[in-house]
Design a protein around this ligand. Structure first.
Ligand code: UT7
Length: 317
């Protein structure tokens, strides 16, 4: 995450809000925000470098780069291409971005996993990276208290073992969810312009209550379904790492699927909602906190704009 921190106290000076409201409704105490000239690719490059180093590999070992983001520096080249250009990857590396909003990292893992399983590639770099601060309307208290910037990355390697990524699942409900979380791009409909009342049109607007209900329902469903498909039981799962949008969503999931809160990893307090970066940032935090060990079953699960959702079941190698 970039070094600059915006605390709830600082937000109190910007919009009509309070630390008490933000903490009790979201669990967020602070979020990291990139400087004006720092973009998603800058954070993605740093995360990529760290992941490759941690995997004791070098950029030329990587055959595929998938970046999940909804805040790419440019429409083209993709963030993945900018990463490819920065760290000495081979020219044979396939590199592209995907946008599934806050489910992006789960979708990106799902895609990369297919390339590894079908034998096309042996190594893939999957990055979730966002500068949400650049699409935030800092005058809209409904959203500006929620989001933050960051990037996380993993290196995936094909292996003929019984562990690693066991199952993935993903879905989308564009019919019901297409209007509940939006950031206009080239097209700004009258309806979207109206929501932004002559302010910056390319900023995020969310029907928070609607998305909240979706998040609890769909992430809970994804968790129970993927466990069932794998022939496992909830008690077999050591840690669930969900998209970090709101601590209350995570508490509601624990209540709904009836697991102790300690099985769910909470990381939102110091990061805010970093969209596609939130799951890899939380995964990294969980590893650092020694919450994941060899042979543990863990689940990554997310929900985001679209509405999109997905889950990944891993037996930690
Ligand atoms: O990342 C993709 C997925 N995203 C999510 O999963 C986010 C899902 N949604 C949420 O996390 C929550 O719905 C929010 C945190 C966005 C909002 O929490 P809420 O408990 O649903 O609050 P609300 O929208 O029902 O608003 C309650 C009140 C409203 O006032 P009135 O109309 O009751 O007078 C808001 O105007 O709180 C007011 N409010 C605020 N007050 C102080 C909204 N934002 C703020 C604020 N400070 N920052």
């Amino acid at each position: 995450m970039p070094p600059r921190i915006i605390t709830n106290a600082e937000l109190e000076t910007m919009v009509d809000t309070s630390d008490e409201w933000i903490v009790s409704r979201t669990g967020v105490h602070e979020r990291h925000v990139a400087d004006a000239m720092v973009f998603t690719s800058d954070l993605a490059i740093e995360a990529a470098r760290n992941a490759i180093e941690n995997a004791s590999m070098s950029p030329e070992d990587i055959e595929l780069i998938v970046v999940a983001t909804l805040t790419a520096d440019m429409h083209t080249p993709s963030v993945a291409c900018i990463v490819q250009s920065a760290l000495g990857f081979s020219k044979n590396t396939m590199a592209f971005d995907i946008n599934a909003a806050c489910s992006g990292f789960i979708y990106a893992i799902t895609i990369a996993n297919q390339f590894l399983q079908n034998g096309v590639y042996k190594t893939a770099l999957v990055i979730g990276a966002e500068t949400m601060s650049k699409v935030t309307d800092w005058e809209d208290r409904n959203t500006c208290v929620l989001f933050g910037d960051g990037a996380g990355a993993v290196v995936l390697k094909a292996a003929e073992t019984e562990d690693g990524i066991l199952l993935t699942s993903a879905g989308c409900d564009g019919i019901a969810g297409i209007k509940s979380l939006t950031i206009p791009g080239l097209k700004v409909s009258d309806e979207e312009a109206k929501k932004r009342e002559n302010r910056n049109l390319c900023t995020i607007r969310m029907d928070g209550g609607e998305v909240f209900k979706y998040a609890v329902r769909m992430m809970s469903e994804q968790i129970t379904t993927i466990i069932e498909k794998a022939g496992l039981k909830l008690e077999d799962v050591k840690l669930i790492i969900p998209h970090q949008a709101n601590a209350r969503i995570l508490e509601a999931i624990a209540h709904r699927i009836q697991v102790d809160k300690s099985v769910i990893f909470f990381n939102v307090s110091h990061s805010g909602n970093t969209s596609a970066a939130s799951v890899p940032l939380a995964l990294q935090a969980a590893v650092q906190a020694d919450r994941i060990h060899k042979d543990d079953y863990i689940i990554l699960v997310g929900l985001g704009g679209g509405i999109t959702w997905g889950a990944v079941l891993i037996k930690w190698a």
